[in-house]
Design a protein around this ligand. Structure first.
Ligand code: M6R
Length: 584
């Protein structure tokens, strides 16, 4: 949530570098943007900020050596220019990603002493605290150390101090990565912001700060102020992997990437898989925790494990986990599933689980993420950067990897690899422009509808829930998923003439539920390997046996994408959302 980006260097182009970098971080928040720039070490800091998407901005910014920028997903305070970052109080200018939970207590103390604030944000209060220490004569490092002690909650912030060159950054809970260029240094919430300039990075860990002045970079512990040594890491990502290329949107690019990503997801050696599975041995409770789409993936994996290895797994949305905390102890394994690896609700479960002695396994798409770093064992899903808000390729990669793990638990990894390789090659065959055009035509027939229902059973039940998320978030159509058998226990009352219903699967029970829907007037769109009489429209998918959940969701992703386009919605940046949800 919120993208932050800084550059400090020798040239005079900091403004334009930040503008371009922020555009690459826009998926993290797109309510407003802002940039603070400085011409030289002792110069005053100039701020530009506006409401709206930074991708729409095309302007030359004034020459400057360094600066900080922000693309906002609003938490405290509405979407206004005043609430847009950067925030400047006295001699300190900051951008912030996170939540300062106890900010109002501090704000009131400042107000009582006569300080007035320009915004409703928690972030401006961080600037005020930093400034109060700076005015009292403390060094920037000391100001940051002292300020961090006052903040409850997760944060990553970048700060500039008037009269002192360099950018200061600190983190606890929200990501920050340092990019080591030849003539300048970058600090960003995510690597794509600077990937064009460098792929050599240092990861800032929790409770650390960094001072960047040109190519001089000093890491320090946030509590003690003592120096911290960092290793330079080469990131294997290609620049193109974080760009749209020939596709009009990231969402459709990422959907098509599923031609390769499944095969990549299962490209782990036996040792890594066994290490993950060994964590589950001797555990008397295993919990999958995840949010949103990753949670629906976890639900699917619950079916995989039940059927393949006979293990019962508890699946809990991360935000509901506090109610089950009494079951977490040294004999528990928590398996976290997350594309970004930064989802706050998941992180909190892991932090608390770790304190209780639980073992942590995680599957994320970002190897350097907070969740990955907190885990005892981490397996990357290797999907490559996913930038569209709607999770597509990450979800199918997670499913493939979990399918593989379920087989690994019973010593049959090779069987799973075989099934998934053939699934991957079937996806490669059917996922093409012709197939997309067929789905586009189906989208046209339902684009005006305000309600849509989806049914599935077994491991296609969670896919019905996932299908609903996809359609809701990018097309704003009210879509709801149900287990096929539950429909007649209430939801069927919602069916009217021509209500579109997606039916996932062609097994006899599901088809008989589809007939029940059709008898009440529903328009049935089947997604399955075989056509059935009850279908008004049919989206054929290959028969992938045990891995059917993976292929079934792909046409729905394409349908959601085309519904968004037909309704004039930007599928990459739908309203009210952000790619990684780093607030609780
Ligand atoms: O990064 P994560 O996988 O932890 O994110 C979890 C959810 O926020 C995410 O899946 C969300 O539901 C997506 N926008 C769905 O497409």
């Amino acid at each position: 949530m919120c993208g932050i980006f800084a550059v400090s260097g020798k040239g005079n182009h900091a403004g334009n570098i930040i503008l371009e970098g922020l555009k690459k971080l826009e998926y993290r928040g797109y309510d407003s943007w802002g940039i603070a720039l400085r011409k030289a070490g002792k110069d005053a800091i100039l701020i530009e900020k506006e409401v709206g998407k930074i991708s729409k901005v095309n302007k030359e910014l004034s020459p400057s050596v360094e600066g900080i920028g922000h693309s906002r997903w609003a938490t405290h305070g509405g979407v206004t220019r005043e609430n847009a970052h950067p925030h400047q109080v006295g001699k300190v200018t900051i951008v912030h990603n996170g939540i300062f939970e106890n900010f109002s207590k501090h704000k009131k103390q400042f107000e009582a002493k006569g300080t007035s604030f320009c915004s409703q944000t928690d972030s401006e209060v961080i600037a005020a605290i930093l400034n109060s220490f700076f005015e009292a004569g403390f060094s920037p490092e000391k100001c940051i150390t002292k300020t961090a002690k006052k903040i409850d909650g997760r944060f990553a912030f970048l700060a500039m101090f008037e009269g002192i060159s360099g950018i200061f950054a600190a983190r606890r809970g929200s990501p920050l990565i340092i990019g080591r260029g030849k003539t300048e240094t970058f600090i960003a919430s995510d690597i794509p912001a600077f990937l064009e300039k460098t792929n050599i990075v240092n990861y800032l860990d929790d409770n650390e700060m960094v001072l960047v002045n040109g190519t001089t970079v000093n890491f320090k512990n946030l509590q003690t102020g003592l120096p911290v040594e960092k290793r330079d890491i080469k990131v294997p990502w290609k620049v193109e992997s974080a760009e749209k290329g020939k596709f009009p949107h990231f969402m459709i690019k990422e959907i098509f990437e599923q031609k390769e990503t499944i095969a990549r997801a299962i490209n782990h050696d036996e040792n890594a898989l066994n290490q993950a599975i060994s964590l589950l041995k001797d555990c008397n409770g295993v919990f999958f925790v995840a949010c949103g789409t990753a949670h629906k993936v976890a639900m699917t994996a619950e079916y995989f494990f039940a059927e393949i290895s006979g293990r019962k797994i508890n699946v809990v949305p991360a935000s509901e986990m506090p109610y089950f905390e009494r079951f977490i102890n040294k004999k528990t394994a928590i398996i976290a599933i997350s594309q970004s690896g930064e989802t706050a609700d998941v992180l909190e479960v892991l932090e608390r689980g770790k304190k209780a002695g639980a073992k942590i396994l995680s599957l994320t798409n970002v190897e350097s993420s907070s969740i990955a770093r907190l885990s005892d064992v981490h397996i990357p899903i290797l999907a490559g950067p996913e930038k569209a808000v709607a999770s597509t390729k990450a979800a199918t990669s997670q499913m493939a990897l979990l399918f593989l793990l379920a087989y690994t638990e019973v010593g049959k990894t090779n069987i799973a690899r075989e099934i998934l390789r053939s699934t991957s090659s079937s996806i490669n065959d059917f996922l093409n422009e012709r197939y997309e055009a067929i789905i586009q035509d189906v989208a046209k027939t339902i684009v005006k509808k305000e309600n849509l229902f989806i049914i599935g059973r077994g491991d296609l039940y969670p896919m019905a829930l996932e299908a609903a998320i996809k359609i809701q978030e990018v097309s704003y159509i009210h879509a709801q998923g149900f287990s096929a058998g539950e429909l007649k226990h209430g939801p069927i009352a919602l069916i009217e003439k021509d209500t579109p219903c997606l039916v996932l699967g062609d097994d006899l029970e599901t088809l008989s539920n589809a007939v029940e829907l059709k008898s009440r007037g529903a328009k049935i769109i089947g997604i399955s390997p075989q056509r059935a009489d009850v279908f008004d429209e049919w989206l054929k998918i290959p028969d992938c046996d045990g891995a059917k959940a993976i292929v079934t969701i792909i046409p729905v992703q394409i349908l959601a994408y085309h519904l968004a386009l037909l309704r004039n919605i930007d599928p990459d940046m739908p309203r009210n959302l952000a790619k990684s949800v780093t607030v609780k």
